[in-house]
Structures are given as C-alpha cells and as structure tokens.
Write a protein that binds this ligand. Structure first.
Ligand SMILES: C[S@@+](CC[C@H](N)C(=O)[O-])C[C@H]1O[C@@H](n2cnc3c(N)ncnc32)[C@H](O)[C@@H]1O
Length: 250
C-alpha cells in the first residue's frame, strides 16, 4: 500500500517522545477526487513539526460557539488539523471543497474520542479559497454561513491560527491562498499562519509567488525549517515549513 493511502499515522505530541495515532478512513468507500483522499507528505511533516513550535497563545479566542481558534485550509484527509487539536488541546475547524467533506467528517469521527481525551475537538466545513468569506459547516447542528456577526454586520469569523499543508501546486494557488489567509487570519500580534509544502522544482515559482504575495499583504515569515520524510515514503524531496505573523502595528 502506498504511504499516501496509509490508514494510520503516528504523530509526535511533545519533545519527550509521546505520540498519538491518527486514523484515516479508507477512501475507497467514498466517491471523490483521489488527490484529496490521499494523505500528502507535507501533512505528515507539518503534523510532526507542530510540537516543536512555540505553542500559539490561544487566550481570548473561541468567542463564537463551535468555531474554535484554528482553521485548516485544504485539509484533505485532515491529518494536520486533527493532530493540532490534540497537540494544542484546541478546537480546530478543518475545511476543504465540498466533495472532500464526507471523508474529513469520517476522519473526525474516527479520532474524536482520542482527541477529546487530549482536550481538543474538531469540526469540518466548506471553505473554497476563491470565496473565503463563506464558511459553511458540514455538521448539521453547526450549519451556518457565518455571514454576519451579532450586530448584523458582515464580518467573517477570524482564527488565531491558520494551517495549510501541500496547498501550493498550481499557478492560481498563491493568489487564492493569500486571499483565504488574509480573510480568515485574526488581525492580532498573536495570530499565526503555518504552512508546509514540498520543494519540488515544478512548484518553486508558485512558492516564491506565494511568499511575495503574503509579504505584500502585510505578513512576515518569523520561523522556517526543512525536513525530509522517513524512508517509508520512498521520496527524496525536501519539505519546507514556515510560520508567519502580521508585521508592524495591527
Ligand atoms: C494536495 S492536497 C493536500 C491535502 C492535505 N492538506 C495533505 O497535505 O494531505 C490539496 C488539498 O487542497 C484542496 N483544495 C484545492 N483547491 C482548493 C480550493 N480552491 N479551496 C479549498 N480547498 C482546495 C484539495 O481539495 C485538497 O484537499
């Protein structure tokens, strides 16, 4: 079985060696785009890097019930978001395009009890990077487009932390991702955008473009690193992760 179709992943919880096993449902039972039903190397790298990063300051977040403080964009099978929920003990909202959501929901259910044991929680919703102001919850009891706040004003909910793994693989993605991040990342010095991508030759221009756009939008990279996947993946490509925050007075 290819590693991308693996059905469980051990993720490091801390630097003392504790791990959590995240289970992924068998995608062959669901009909959707295969690309998103695989788990990509960036997800495993980022999930296993989170415990080494300074824990984001979540104080004062989560004011709207059920939305939490962490958003994952292009979650795919949800490995990163589910790991973040356990590592940081927070509520994470995993988002992707509509056809991918049944699989994400299945993965949330598979891992709900163990994540809850760590004090975390997860929900999923539809968020297309082309329309980031619309976030539609998939779970019926949370179904809402969140188009307005209590005063009726158009004000999409913003998240303290936004995560994205392997979401830069076409020339439209830098513009779309910048739009999604700037629409959904809280405007505060505590806010962080954390992403990971493979450094494949064919993607380097898109990654450069994304960095330029994020900088133009007012974000600055504060931490970055490179990792390789373990042998099981049979892949030499290096992976880069980076942490961004808003620059200057916000
Ligand atoms: C290569 S997969 C990565 C999935 C997962 N993050 C991982 O690393 O395993 C890219 C993901 O981005 C999602 N995606 C692509 N375009 C999107 C868009 N315009 N809006 C939201 N999600 C999108 C795809 O559906 C897919 O789940």
């Amino acid at each position: 079985m290819s590693t991308r179709k693996r059905l469980s992943f051990n993720v490091k919880l801390n630097t003392t060696g504790d791990t959590i096993t995240i289970h992924i449902s068998d995608p062959s039972n669901l009909q959707a785009d295969n690309l998103a039903l695989a788990t990509w190397g960036s997800s495993e790298v980022l999930a296993n890097t989170l415990h080494r990063l300074p824990t984001p300051d979540f104080a004062g977040t989560g004011a709207i019930a059920g939305l939490g403080s962490v958003l994952e964009l292009g979650a795919g099978t949800g490995l990163v978001g589910l790991s973040a929920a356990a590592i940081w003990r927070v509520w994470v909202t995993l988002t992707d395009l509509e056809p991918i959501l049944p699989n994400i929901k299945a993965n949330i259910e598979l891992n709900r009890a163990v994540i809850r044991g760590y004090g975390g929680s997860a929900a999923c919703g539809m968020l297309d990077w082309a329309r980031p102001d619309l976030l539609t919850f998939f779970v019926p009891e949370h179904e809402s487009q969140l188009t307005a706040d209590a005063s009726g004003e158009w004000k999409p909910w913003k998240f303290r932390v936004v995560l994205a793994a392997d979401t830069v693989y076409s020339e439209e993605h830098p513009e779309l991702l910048t739009k999604a991040v700037t629409a959904r990342l809280e405007r505060s010095p505590k806010a962080r955008f954390i992403m990971c991508y493979p450094l494949r030759i064919g993607y380097l221009d898109h990654i450069r473009d994304l960095w330029e756009r994020l900088e133009l939008a007012g974000l600055g990279c504060m931490q970055e690193g490179r990792e390789s996947l373990h042998e099981e993946w049979d892949e030499d490509t290096p992976y880069e992760w980076c942490v961004w925050r808003w620059r200057g007075d916000i």
